[in-house]
Design a protein around this ligand. Structure first.
Ligand SMILES: CC(C)(COP(=O)(O)OP(=O)(O)OC[C@H]1O[C@@H](n2cnc3c(N)ncnc32)[C@H](O)[C@@H]1OP(=O)(O)O)[C@@H](O)C(=O)NCCC(=O)NCCS
Length: 182
C-alpha cells in the first residue's frame, strides 16, 4: 500500500547519518561509509535521493530517512558497458511494501534521464522483489553473468538491466518534479 506521508527529495548533507543507518540494514560492514556518503551528496556528478517520514527530533519536527538510492556514471569495466547505473536502492525493512522503493526508483530514473538516454542497474538474480520493481520501471534484461562492473553475487548469478529513455513518456509524478526543481 502506498504511504502518502512519505516525502521524496534530493539528499542533503544532513541526511548522511540517516542514509548510513538505512544502508547498514543490508548487513554489510561498509567501512568509511559516512565519509563516502558525505562526498556523494555534494557531488554534482551523482544523484542521491531519499524517502523520508515525518519524525520528532531534538529540534522539533523533522524528517527521518527510511530509504535511499543513488546513481552515477561508471566506466572502464571489462564486464559492463560504460554509462549511468542505479546503485544502493534500499528501504528500511520496517518501511517496505509502502511504495518507497517505487518512488525512489522513479526519482532516480527522472533525475538521470536528463543526463543520459540509457540507465542500467545490476541486481542479484535471486532478488525477485528488486527485479519486479525494475521491470515496473521499464528496465529489461540485457545480460546474465557471474560479475558485472566487478560486482559478484551471492548465489553466483547477477542480472544486468537496461532502461532506454522513453522520449514520449508522461511527465514524472509531482513529488519527483518538485525534487528536480522542474
Ligand atoms: C527492493 C526494495 C528496495 C523494494 O522497496 P519497497 O519500498 O518495499 O518497494 P515498494 O513498496 O515500492 O514496491 C514496489 C514493487 O516492488 C516489487 N516488490 C517489492 N517488494 C517485493 C517483495 N517482497 N516481493 C515481491 N515483489 C516485491 C513489487 O513489484 C512492488 O509492487 P507492488 O507493491 O505493486 O506489488 C526493498 O525490498 C529493499 O530495500 N530490499 C533490500 C535491498 C535490495 O535488495 N535493493 C535492491 C538492490 S538492486
Amino acid at each position: 500500500m502506498r504511504d502518502a506521508t512519505l516525502v521524496l527529495r534530493a539528499a542533503l548533507p544532513g541526511d548522511v547519518d540517516g542514509i548510513a543507518r538505512v544502508a547498514r540494514t543490508r548487513g554489510d560492514r561498509l567501512v568509511g561509509l559516512e565519509d563516502r556518503l558525505s562526498a556523494w551528496v555534494r557531488d554534482d556528478e551523482r544523484v542521491v535521493v531519499v524517502a523520508c517520514r515525518a519524525a520528532e527530533t531534538d529540534r522539533g519536527v523533522g524528517d527521518e530517512v527510511v530509504g535511499w538510492s543513488s546513481a552515477s556514471r561508471m566506466s572502464g569495466h571489462d564486464d559492463a558497458p560504460d554509462g549511468w547505473y542505479v546503485s544502493s536502492l534500499t528501504v528500511d525493512p520496517a518501511w517496505r511494501r509502502r511504495g518507497a522503493g517505487d518512488r525512489l526508483l522513479a526519482a532516480v530514473v527522472a533525475a538521470t534521464s536528463v543526463r543520459s538516454p540509457v540507465l542500467r542497474s545490476i541486481v542479484n538474480a535471486t532478488n525477485l522483489p528488486s527485479l519486479d520493481l525494475h521491470a515496473a520501471h521499464a528496465f529489461v534484461e540485457e545480460a546474465r553473468g557471474s560479475s558485472f562492473a566487478g560486482i559478484t553475487f551471492l548465489g553466483g548469478e547477477g542480472v544486468l538491466l537496461r532502461r532506454q529513455r522513453d522520449d514520449h513518456a508522461a511527465p514524472p509524478a509531482p513529488d519527483v518534479r518538485d525534487m528536480l526543481g522542474a
